[in-house]
Design a protein around this ligand. Structure first.
Ligand code: ZN
Ligand code: ZN
Length: 294
């Protein structure tokens, strides 16, 4: 068995985002569509020991809302490890919330650990209690009993706070990774950020029992058209959903779930034609608290 709980299904900023007055954010504030917290996933092979993939700024609330991750004793937690897929603020800032002197293992590539080490505030997450394990690409690690993970590079970019004058958005290396999870013969992939879909990545995805994939934007220029920003999705390191649906249509995948959805993405409204279109094409729209058992 592999148990997966989407702790948060939104991209950075969440839904609603504090400074955003777009149609979806206003609908979420008014209670017309469900709000979503920032991207994070909990995984377990036994239901008792859990790994969390990406620690979002919403993790305090996410853990409180998820009984499987509640303390089982005065200071005993089911959380065994946290794995980071990149150094973006929406994936690492939650580590500050997890600083209260409880042990767990922290896994990331060397490049992501370097980004953390550059931030003195993160020293509050004491490395004697939270050892920093450097994971090489394609190395398999044990996140929790019976649950293994392998990191692989996907096209992406460095975190926004590390961007220089020129930004390479098709960077394939240690800055943005996908996670291949295995438990009891089941294989699940978690890829919350991905800028493109080369053939080698399709091959990796093919045959998976579950794919949780970057659903940041519906269309590449959606934020520009909505007056919400100047960047395309690809410039932010995210390929658009319309391309993902097309590129992966011929693959053999047990379940396809969109995660990491920006509040501008029309498919976050369950009644939208875009949500219906994604579902027609075999995709599910992730939501906070969504549980998947493989
Ligand atoms: Zn993100
Ligand atoms: Zn918005």
């Amino acid at each position: 068995m592999m148990r997966i709980i989407l702790l948060g299904a939104a991209a950075g900023g969440g839904l609603p985002q504090w400074n955003c007055g777009c149609v979806n954010c206003n609908a979420a504030r008014a209670g017309r569509i469900p709000p979503m917290s920032q991207s994070s996933v909990a995984v377990s092979a036994d239901g008792e020991n859990w790994a969390v993939l990406n620690a979002s700024p919403d993790i305090r609330y996410q853990l409180a809302a998820t009984p499987a991750l509640h303390p089982v004793g005065p200071r005993q937690m089911p959380l065994r490890s946290v794995l980071l897929t990149n150094g973006d603020i929406d994936h690492v800032a939650g580590l500050l919330t997890l600083r209260e002197s409880r042990p767990f293992a922290l896994y990331a590539t060397a490049a992501i650990h370097e980004a953390l080490a550059d931030n003195p505030m993160l020293a509050a997450v004491r490395s004697d209690l939270v050892p920093r394990h450097v994971v090489a690409l394609d190395q398999t690690i044990q996140l929790a009993p019976g649950l293994s993970a392998t990191l692989f590079a996907v096209p992406g970019k460095v975190p926004l706070y590390q961007e220089g004058e020129v930004v390479e958005t098709g960077l394939v290396g240690e800055t943005t990774v996908g996670v291949e999870l295995r438990a009891k013969g089941r294989r699940a992939l978690y890829i919350p950020g991905c800028a493109d879909m080369p053939d080698w990545l399709k091959s990796r995805i093919d045959g998976a029992d579950l794919l949780m994939f970057d659903g940041t934007l519906w269309e590449d220029d959606e934020m520009i058209r909505m007056g919400l920003g100047q960047k395309t999705g690809r410039r932010m390191g995210h390929m658009p959903v319309v391309q993902t649906i097309r590129d992966l249509s011929g693959l053999d995948i047990g379940r396809r779930v969109f995660v990491h959805m920006n509040n501008s993405n029309p498919q976050t409204d369950p009644a939208s034609p875009q949500a219906a279109e994604a579902e027609t094409q075999g995709w599910q729209i992730g939501h906070d608290g969504m549980e998947i058992t493989l």
